[in-house]
Design a protein around this ligand. Structure first.
Ligand code: SF4
Length: 486
């Protein structure tokens, strides 16, 4: 293959997809391709798609439509479609967009370079969709987005059947990775300068179901605590139905497990939770929260909430507002329910009219923001540990601040000193006093103390080559939770 062939990966959706894109990029690197960013025209354009969001198919086929004239101009360009929409639509992708060259399923990422070669040689579209996982994707080469923070997959797929969710049908049953493999991967990352790891699974609390150990996730957290150099450990997402006291104890007693928890509520109405086929009720959710706060008093808890699920009455929505007021979330990802084809909820009666959903959504966001603001204001005057980061907003020319995350995952914008020798690098860690709070961020305008120039910062410095990244996010990605959550 011509070593100068180039690629671009466009990613939609959740962290699982973002991490899959890192693998797609790694595989293409290993196959001799080079990453480029738009506006340069890549020889291979890969769409890593999401089927969860509203109108996901319109968006995908719209984007493919935009590429059709480019493909006419550059007939050698190959277009590949992978991810959850590919898994769902299979052959339909090439029927609707015949200029697509490769369609690969969520379990077929490892074959992408071969499929591209075949499409090029045979001049014919290649569609490969396996129904279940053969090779765990973490064994594939990876081009990681960040040199100081990384995702590590512990399981893929999900054994639940939430009625609004397409994940079980596009990602299959849960497959767990052996703990030794997970720990080896984390150790290898730490050796390379990674100091923050987020463990990824659709439902991390059922981790171990495949090898028959109900305490496997708690044990894994504790084992991660023994990895020297791993400064921060996070995970996403836990399912409230499977949360155990042993996990809470492991979180509280393992110093590098960060005091932050993203636990999807989805609805504060037990009737709606039942229709969603969520196997917990609000009482259970609140009791987990109580235990977490008892054991980890400074934990910031975030959540996901769907507004306007079919059959949600005014009373049911008020119940959600009540739970939100009691739970005092630090932040919440809120979604307006919309029909997702292929899901049981999509054909339920009592779909809630859009204007009602909109009105409820606005009220909910107002309550969430108000509480988040109050919780943030309580931090003014306190000192937080910040790990500086790229892609978190701002190295703001006017305000002269650099952003990072506190241990509880709150976004903090920290004033920088004028002295260039004291400038932190992404990956470095310092302490800063909060001087101002907004609903979604904190500001530390008196600068920082105790700057640690870390191995993560060194790794970031080494990574600053002119080489482009090659992975583009198709939708804005924010912190944990994202559009796919348990
Ligand atoms: S919402 Fe989460 S727990 Fe429910 S089916 Fe989807 S991935 Fe599984």
């Amino acid at each position: 293959m011509n070593a100068r062939k180039t690629y671009q990966v466009i990613t939609y959706g959740c962290q699982m997809n973002v991490h899959d894109s890192e693998r797609i990029a790694g595989l293409l690197d290993a196959a001799g391709y080079e990453p480029v960013v738009a506006p340069e025209v890549a020889d291979v354009v890969v769409f890593n798609t999401c089927a969860v969001r509203e109108n996901a198919d319109n968006r995908l086929y719209g984007n493919l439509g935009h590429l059709a004239p480019l493909k006419l101009e550059h007939p050698d360009m190959l277009i590949a479609v992978g991810g959850c929409m590919a898994q769902k639509d299979k052959d339909l992708v090439v029927k609707k967009a015949p200029w697509v060259d490769v369609v690969f399923g969520t379990h077929n990422i490892g074959h992408l370079p071969t499929l591209l070669d075949k499409a090029r040689v045979e001049q014919q579209a290649q569609v490969e969709i396996a129904e279940s996982l053969v090779t765990f994707p973490s064994t594939l080469p990876t081009r990681r987005e960040s040199p100081y923070a990384g995702w590590v997959t512990i399981s893929v797929g999900c054994n639940n059947t939430c009625t609004f969710c397409i994940v079980p049908s596009v990602r299959g049953q849960e497959t767990d990775r052996r703990p030794e493999e997970v720990l080896d991967e984390i150790t290898m990352l730490v050796d390379q300068g990674v100091q923050e790891v987020t463990l990824l699974g659709q439902n991390v609390n059922t981790y171990g179901v495949q090898f028959g150990d109900r305490d496997a996730f708690a044990k894994l957290l504790r084992a991660c605590g023994d990895i020297t150099g791993l400064r921060r450990l996070r995970f996403t997402s836990p399912h409230p139905a499977n949360f155990t006291d042993s996990v809470i104890a492991a979180m509280a007693e393992t110093p590098n497990v960060m005091p932050s928890l993203h636990m999807p509520l989805q609805s504060g109405s037990d009737t709606v939770l039942k229709r969603m086929r969520r196997a917990y009720r609000t009482g259970r959710f609140m009791s987990i929260l109580e235990s977490v706060r008892e054991r980890i008093p400074h934990a910031a808890v975030t959540t996901d909430i769907i507004v306007g699920f079919p059959g949600e009455t005014d009373d049911a929505f008020e119940a959600t507002l009540d739970v939100v007021r009691q739970a005092r979330f630090a932040a919440a990802f809120t979604f307006q329910y919309s029909i997702r084809p292929g899901t049981p909820a999509g054909v339920m009666p009592d779909q809630v009219p859009h204007d009602v959903v909109q009105e409820r959504y606005e009220r909910l966001v107002q309550v969430i923001d108000e509480i988040a603001w109050q919780e943030n204001q309580a931090l003014v005057g306190t000192e937080v540990e910040v790990m500086f980061a790229v892609g978190e907003g701002r190295k703001d020319g006017q305000t002269h601040r650099l952003s990072g995350r506190a241990r509880d995952n709150r976004l903090v914008h920290v004033a920088l000193p004028n002295d260039l020798d004291r400038q932190p690098r992404p990956g470095d860690i310092a302490r800063a006093t909060v001087t101002y709070a907004a609903p979604h961020h904190l500001i530390a305008d008196t600068g920082f103390t105790g700057l640690e120039r870390t191995l993560g910062g060194d790794a970031w410095e080494r990574s600053q080559t002119p080489e482009p990244v090659g992975v583009t996010l198709g939708l804005p990605m924010r912190r944990s939770g994202g559009p796919v959550a348990v």
